[in-house]
Design a protein around this ligand. Structure first.
Ligand SMILES: Nc1ncnc2c1ncn2[C@@H]1O[C@H](COP(=O)(O)OP(=O)(O)O)[C@@H](O)[C@H]1O
Ligand SMILES: [Mg+2]
Length: 232
C-alpha cells in the first residue's frame, strides 16, 4: 500500500502542479499510480477543468467525468476558505476521522500502485474543527513530499513546515520548490534551503517537469519502505 502525502507550505504553491508532473513521470517509467485529493475547497463546477481533481485526472490519463471526480475528491466545497469553514458555509460538517479513514482505505486498496494524496492548503491547514492536515499526514504513515513556492519568505515557511512534519513523526522524503512568479532566483532559494535541510531539495522551474532524481526517490517501492527517505 505505498502512498505519498503531498503537502505544501501553503495554498497555491504548486502542490497540484507537482503531483500532476509526478504522476506523468512515474507512469512514463512504467509505475502504476493513482491520486486522491480528498478535500477541495474553492470548487467551482463552472470551471471544472481548472479544478485540482480535473488536473490530477488528466495527469492520470483518465476522462474528467462526474464519477471520476467524486471518487478522486469526495469532499468538495464551493467557498475558497479552509475546508471546515467552507463546509460550514454549506451547512455541512467535515470529519477528520472520516477523511483519514478514506485515505487509509484507498492506500490499503492501492496494492502495488503508488497513491499520491494531495492535502488541502498547507501542513497545518485545518481539516476539521480540531485536526489539521498534519494529523492526516501522521495517520497515513506514508512519506511526505513538501512542496514550496520560491517567493520571498519561502525559506522560513519551508523550514517551519518541515519542522512541523518531523515533529509529528512524518518521514519527509524531499522538498520540491516550484517556481513562483516574480520570485527571487530559483537556484539561490533551493541552495539556501538545502543548507538548512537534511533531505534533498529539488527545483521545478515554471513549466518544468518533475526532476528525474526526484521521481527516482518516489517510486512505489521507495515509498513503501518505512524511513526510505533517510537512506540517502
Ligand atoms: N512550476 C510551475 N510552473 C508553471 N505553473 C505552475 C508551477 N507551479 C505552480 N504553477 C501554477 O500555479 C497555480 C497554483 O498551483 P497549484 O499547483 O494549483 O497550487 P496548490 O495545489 O498548492 O494550491 C496553478 O495555476 C499552477 O498551474
Ligand atoms: Mg492543489
Amino acid at each position: 500500500m505505498p502512498a505519498l502525502f503531498v503537502t505544501g507550505t501553503g495554498t497555491d504553491v504548486g502542490k497540484t502542479y507537482v503531483c500532476a508532473a509526478l504522476l506523468r513521470a512515474l507512469a512514463a517509467r512504467g509505475h502504476a499510480v493513482d491520486a486522491l485529493k480528498p478535500v477541495v475547497s474553492g470548487f467551482d463546477p463552472a470551471a471544472l477543468e481548472d479544478s485540482d481533481p480535473a488536473v490530477l485526472l488528466r495527469a492520470l490519463g483518465r476522462p474528467v467525468t462526474p464519477q471520476a471526480l467524486a471518487a478522486l475528491s469526495p469532499w468538495r466545497f464551493a467557498a475558497p476558505l479552509s475546508p471546515p469553514l467552507a463546509a460550514r458555509r454549506e451547512g455541512r460538517a467535515l470529519s477528520a476521522t472520516e477523511v483519514i479513514g478514506l485515505c487509509r482505505e484507498r492506500a490499503g486498496a492501492a496494492h502495488d500502485r503508488l497513491l499520491l494524496v494531495e492535502g488541502a492548503g498547507g501542513v497545518m491547514s485545518p481539516l476539521d474543527e480540531t485536526a489539521t492536515m498534519l494529523d492526516l499526514a501522521a495517520a497515513l504513515q506514508a512519506p511526505a513530499l513538501l512542496v514550496a513556492g520560491s517567493y520571498l519568505g519561502t525559506i522560513s515557511h519551508t523550514l517551519t513546515a518541515a519542522a512541523a512534519l518531523r515533529g509529528a513523526g512524518v518521514d519527509l522524503a524531499a522538498v520540491a520548490v516550484s517556481e513562483s512568479l516574480d520570485a527571487p532566483p530559483l537556484g539561490e532559494t533551493v541552495e539556501a534551503l538545502a543548507r538548512f535541510l537534511d533531505v534533498p531539495v529539488f527545483a521545478i522551474p515554471r513549466g518544468g517537469e518533475a526532476p528525474a532524481e526526484l521521481v527516482g526517490r518516489l517510486t512505489p517501492a521507495a515509498c513503501a519502505r518505512p524511513g526510505s527517505s533517510s537512506d540517502r
